[in-house]
Design a protein around this ligand. Structure first.
Ligand SMILES: NC(=O)c1ccc[n+]([C@@H]2O[C@H](COP(=O)([O-])OP(=O)(O)OC[C@H]3O[C@@H](n4cnc5c(N)ncnc54)[C@H](O)[C@@H]3O)[C@@H](O)[C@H]2O)c1
Length: 447
């Protein structure tokens, strides 16, 4: 099939590359000329495991191409996937500017039947607005052309995006007409060879499903974070509690990890946008309000623990920070807890030596102008002369460090771990004082 992807970001590029890989002809459009130039030259603008090889292979095979030419792009595909960003507006609602601009492009340039697919995460009712926008443009051109608008929310996870797209748990399609449903079924048939994964529903339900999924996952995280804070006061160990409840199949282990808050390009904005959607219907989502408030507070926890130990004023102090990305296997720092930690340390006069396996470039883009943020070459060199180590992202390479080496390099043997990576006894046996989430602080005893 001929497919146009409008918006070549995390979702657009992964979707385009995966759809090309199963034999489709894909043309990816973006307004960002630098990004398209880079892709045309064989570069990859984002870090995503497996993506580079997939893009190169399919580009070389001539199935995956890139353009900034809107007219050519709209002409190309019978399917027009909209995968542009939907950032939060000032009031927290989803900003649909880019989605509607993409719809306008389709309306202005289409010459035959198109299936316009909303892949961006968009509030309920957006498909209607996309339909109206295209119809207005066609009317302005004085032409009457058939088109369908379909919702196909994306559930891929950054860091495992290619795998998720290629082996989806489910493919949600919201469609109100038969012709478009048939085309979407044909498109996704290769992804469901061993069992049916396609859930076809009305457009509004599909739009709401995406928000409901992210809201549920965010709720589990905030629930655990709130309980973790209680466990600290009660002298309980949240990791034991996590195992104790996760073993119940009705609950399960996924997304029950206590930590220093959720971030990323989706959960924070989608939790906000869902609340705005409800408010527009005269309804307050009390659970979502609490989920967001708990998360905002949780992002402050590490620095609270640190100032409780070292005092409020941190001038002339220096801290090592492991992990910039909002989660492992991505370079995405949107709404990352690391940013709150760094900002708070800088506000208190401290300097920060940061290390991340892949997000250093993104870190430099954000903090490059700040003289007190130093970018270290290795996790160990980040520690030199620092008052403590702070861990924000659970990268694999942080899981089993040389504790003796850490102690040797730090001025004070202190670790503040926002991801509960270590067994407290092991850390204290190495002579390090250890603070984690939902567990008692432990003093360095050995070494
Ligand atoms: N990132 C994720 O993990 C993820 C997962 C599921 C769903 N989503 C949703 O998918 C959507 C896209 O997210 P993303 O992370 O890929 O965003 P992104 O910011 O990485 O990419 C969006 C791209 O769209 C381009 N763009 C904007 N307006 C355009 C236009 N009019 N025409 C062509 N290109 C245009 C931008 O230049 C950018 O390259 C969002 O709604 C997001 O909520 C994201």
């Amino acid at each position: 099939m001929k497919i146009t992807i409008i918006g070549t970001g995390y979702v657009g590029l992964v979707s385009g590359a995966c759809l090309a890989d199963i034999g489709n002809d894909v043309l990816c459009l973006d307004v960002d000329a630098n990004k398209i130039r880079m892709l045309e030259a064989g570069g990859i603008p984002i870090y995503e495991p497996g993506l580079e090889g997939l893009v190169k292979h399919n580009a070389a095979a001539g199935r995956l191409r890139f353009t900034t030419d809107v007219e050519k792009a709209v002409e190309f595909g019978i399917l027009q996937f909209i995968a542009v960003g939907t950032p939060p507006d000032e009031d927290g609602s989803a900003d649909l500017r880019h989605v509607l601009a993409a719809a306008r492009s389709v309306g202005r340039n289409m010459r035959d039947y198109k299936v316009v697919v909303d892949k961006s995460t968009v509030p309920v009712g957006t498909a209607d607005r996309v339909r109206e926008t295209i119809a207005e443009e066609l009317k302005a051109r004085g032409v009457d052309l058939p088109f369908s608008v379909v919702s196909n929310p994306e559930f891929l996870k950054e860091g495992a995006a290619v795998e998720d797209f290629m082996k989806p748990d489910r493919v949600v399609i919201g469609a109100d007409d038969e012709r478009a449903t048939r085309i979407m079924r044909a498109l996704y048939a290769p992804f469901q060879r061993n069992h049916e994964r396609m859930l076809v529903m009305d457009v509004r339900s599909a739009e709401l499903t995406k928000y409901a999924a992210n809201a549920m996952l965010a709720t589990r995280i905030s629930f655990m974070n709130e309980l973790a804070n209680l466990a600290e006061r009660l002298g309980a160990n949240i990791e034991d509690v996590r195992r104790g409840i996760g073993s119940d199949p009705r609950i399960g282990y996924h997304f029950l990890y206590p930590g220093c808050g959720y971030g990323g390009s989706c959960f924070p904005k989608d939790v906000k946008a869902l609340q705005r959607t409800a408010l527009a219907q005269g309804m307050e989502l009390k659970v979502m309000h609490a989920v967001e408030a708990v998360n905002d507070a949780q992002k402050e926890r590490l620095v609270q623990k640190l100032t409780a130990r070292l005092g409020e004023k941190l001038d002339n102090r220096s801290f090592a920070l492991w992990g910039l990305a909002f989660k492992p296997n991505t370079d995405d720092m949107r709404e990352a807890p690391s940013r709150i930690v760094i900002d708070r340390l800088l506000e208190r006069g401290a300097a920060v030596r940061v290390y991340d396996p892949v997000a250093m470039k993104e870190g430099r883009r954000i903090y490059g102008g700040e003289a007190r943020v130093h970018f270290a070459e290795t996790p160990m060199s980040a520690l030199e002369g620092c008052d403590a180590l702070i861990i924000v992202t659970e990268w694999k390479e942080f899981r089993s460090p040389d504790f003796a080496g850490i102690k040797q390099r730090l001025k004070q043997p202190l670790i503040f771990d926002g991801r509960n990576l270590y067994d407290p006894k092991m850390v204290s046996d190495a002579g390090l004082e250890y603070f984690s989430i939902g567990r008692q602080a432990s003093e360095g005893t050995g070494a």
